[in-house]
Design a protein around this ligand. Structure first.
Ligand SMILES: [Mn+2]
Length: 324
């Protein structure tokens, strides 16, 4: 990792400024690590900017923004229109927590940058659809925040306690409360963030959800069923959902007795049915998802299926899960 940090540091130092972009529907890991990098770049006396789109229903990020404001931390946020006022010839674009072009916050502007770096922890299964200076992809790491903690240690720097809190919340979310992809390094990162002032009360507040969204999820959880001895399944209705809605339900099903793997099927849009799969670690859900054209990790995988009904996808998946 140190080689990467050395390279990244010299790239930042050579740049007029640094623009940071994460994925669409930004989450706490992407946001926390963006803020950490933002502070790091500023500490080099360089201007930094974070791309952020309209946050309609993103409660966690809305909470995080409020806490930044309360702490009087000014962050310069950009969108796909006003970035042009700040972009220089040698601006560095750092992409965090994603590499797939279609999943970027603003995919259409990435080709405007001649200097792009990608730092991600998702399994890479396609080539990157835009030119990059270098890519650091570490699928075995819990979160980008874990990488950012290592970077802070490497630089011997700290971040504001509110940013540290958001980073800690990001690690908690990405590891499903320190349950998956969690190593000694993950706990060390959490310990470091606590040491530099992460506030565990604020962290809980950031992670709160609305009563409505909780109840809506419980409605589906209630309808879940066992496919076999160790696998639970949940089928949503015909409404359109976000990937993360399915993921959260899958993670919840893992809490139940006997459940070692869970599969949630729902519709993303008119054409696309999506399966979100989770495992506590004994069953490799990636294997099942790759049989349906998807991918991911042992404990965390998914697939998108075009032009099939939810029932067709359900039947196909049950066949695969039961080895028929
Ligand atoms: Mn992440």
């Amino acid at each position: 990792m140190d080689t990467m940090f050395k390279k990244l540091t010299s790239l930042i130092r050579e740049s007029d400024n640094v623009m940071i972009m994460a994925h669409h529907d930004i989450d706490m890991d992407a946001f926390g690590s963006s803020l950490a990098l933002y502070e790091i770049v500023k500490s080099f006396d360089k201007n930094a900017y974070v791309f952020l789109e309209n946050l309609k229903d993103n409660l966690a990020i809305t909470h995080a923004l409020e806490s930044l404001e309360n702490a009087k931390i000014d962050v310069l946020f950009l969108n796909d229109k006003n970035y042009i006022n700040y972009k220089r010839e040698n601006s560095l674009l750092v992409i965090l927590d994603v590499y797939k072009k279609e999943m970027l916050e603003f995919p259409e502007i990435v080709n405007q940058f001649s200097r792009v770096v990608v730092i991600d922890h998702h399994v890479k299964n396609t080539t990157t659809a835009y030119p990059t200076i270098f890519e650091y992809i570490a699928p075995d790491l819990s979160s980008i925040n874990e990488i950012m903690v290592e970077y802070l240690k490497y630089l011997n720097k700290v971040v504001n306690p509110v940013v540290a809190t958001i980073m800690l919340a990001g690690i908690e979310i990405d590891t499903n409360q320190f349950n998956v992809k969690t190593t000694d390094k993950t706990y060390e990162a959490a310990a470091f963030l606590t040491k530099i002032g992460a506030n565990h009360i604020l962290k809980q507040e950031l992670l709160k959800e609305s009563r409505n969204s909780y109840l809506k999820r419980q409605h589906f959880v209630k309808r879940s069923f066992m496919v076999n001895q160790h696998m639970a399944m949940c089928i949503l209705d015909e409404n359109h959902y976000e990937r993360k809605d399915l993921a959260v339900i899958a993670e919840e099903l893992l809490k139940f007795d006997h459940v070692e793997a869970s599969f949630v099927i729902g519709r993303l849009d008119q054409e696309t049915v999506y399966i979100s799969a989770r495992s506590i670690g004994k069953i490799n859900v990636e294997e099942y998802m790759s049989k349906l054209g998807g991918g991911g990790h042992t404990t965390d995988a998914a697939t998108s299926i075009k032009n099939k009904t939810i029932t067709e996808v359900k039947e196909e998946l049950i066949k695969i899960l039961n080895g028929r």
